[in-house]
Write a protein that binds this ligand. Sequence first.
Ligand SMILES: Cc1cc2nc3c(=O)[nH]c(=O)nc-3n(C[C@H](O)[C@H](O)[C@H](O)COP(=O)(O)O)c2cc1C
Length: 355
Amino acid sequence: MKNLNGLLNISYPIIQAPMLGVTTPSMVAAVSNSGGLGSLPVGGLSPEKTITLIRETKARTNRPFAVNLFAHSVETRVSEEDLRKMENYLRKLQEKYRLPFQHKALSDYHFYNHLDQIDILLDENIPVVSFTFGLPETQIIEQLKEQGIKVIGTATSVKEAKLLDHAGVDAITAQGIEAGGHRGSFIPGEPLPQVGLISLVPQIVDAVTVPVIAAGGLFDHRTIRAAFALGAEGAQLGSYFIAAEESEANEGYKECLLHSNDTSTELTRAFSGKWARGIRNSFMEEMNNSALNIPYYTYQNSLTTALRAYGKSNGINDIISMWAGQSASQSKRGSTENLFRELIAQIQNQSNPIF
Ligand SMILES: Cc1cc2nc3c(=O)[nH]c(=O)nc-3n(C[C@H](O)[C@H](O)[C@H](O)COP(=O)(O)O)c2cc1C
């Protein structure tokens, strides 16, 4: 079996995590051009936006990069009463910021998922496709693989990893509880897996037949060496790149991240309805104390969109989702290329480098 570098046609087994709302085509290209694997997040975006971002990335690099999709099925269990109560709650907040409010009927919600985007990825002949939030259909995995496209799935438990392995993915990202952003967990009706990376990686490595990529809390030669010692063949870093020049995160988010510490983040459903790790802020706290039932993803995500967009463009950290992992304070300013090269140099300057 090929190692991860051979499989993905990269020089270093370091992957820049897809981060919707943060990763830009320039960030992806900077990592891929430097010998790692950049990942372009397009989960939940319209087909038109998906094509635009892919073409912008292709214009900046000839090296392999991944495109990342959300493989979730659209949730139908939503209660209209919960939606109405949440709308009323958010309406008051929007009024505080003088934001116009528009009631949405259940029939007004429209969500995209991987099924709306997969033909684009096939047509564009993307080298690597990564999935989170679900188990992609076997037929889709086969279609991608028949075209020589490598497929990566995300697991947060051994059970999920085995399902992905059985479905035929080429590699599995093991996402520890330290990780920033949404949990990739996808088995309905089970308690949310909350396994730390040190437990997760070796147990997944022993249970599957494909290379494992570790994700969650990694930021330097020590943390990456630890992941490799546990059997990972690749390391995926997200938060490390959030304060980079090419990041779409606004200045307030970057500052908050750089001044955070190991206990600044928590898991929340407040912004999107799906569990995700971010820097604690007053919106999260108020939602915890509201006793409201938070509508499931992606209804809640849609309900908070206007507020988050306003917060992002006006630098109001209290109402934006500042997704970040437990090592977020180790993020650094600088160009993505320099951040990536510093990391590689640090790893290779060790007396016994891992690669
Ligand atoms: C801001 C942000 C957005 C994210 N968006 C995505 C996404 O769109 N798709 C995905 O598969 N993972 C997403 N993730 C999770 C990352 O892929 C990865 O698991 C995580 O960043 C690793 O942990 P770290 O942040 O501690 O490095 C996101 C993470 C962050 C911090």
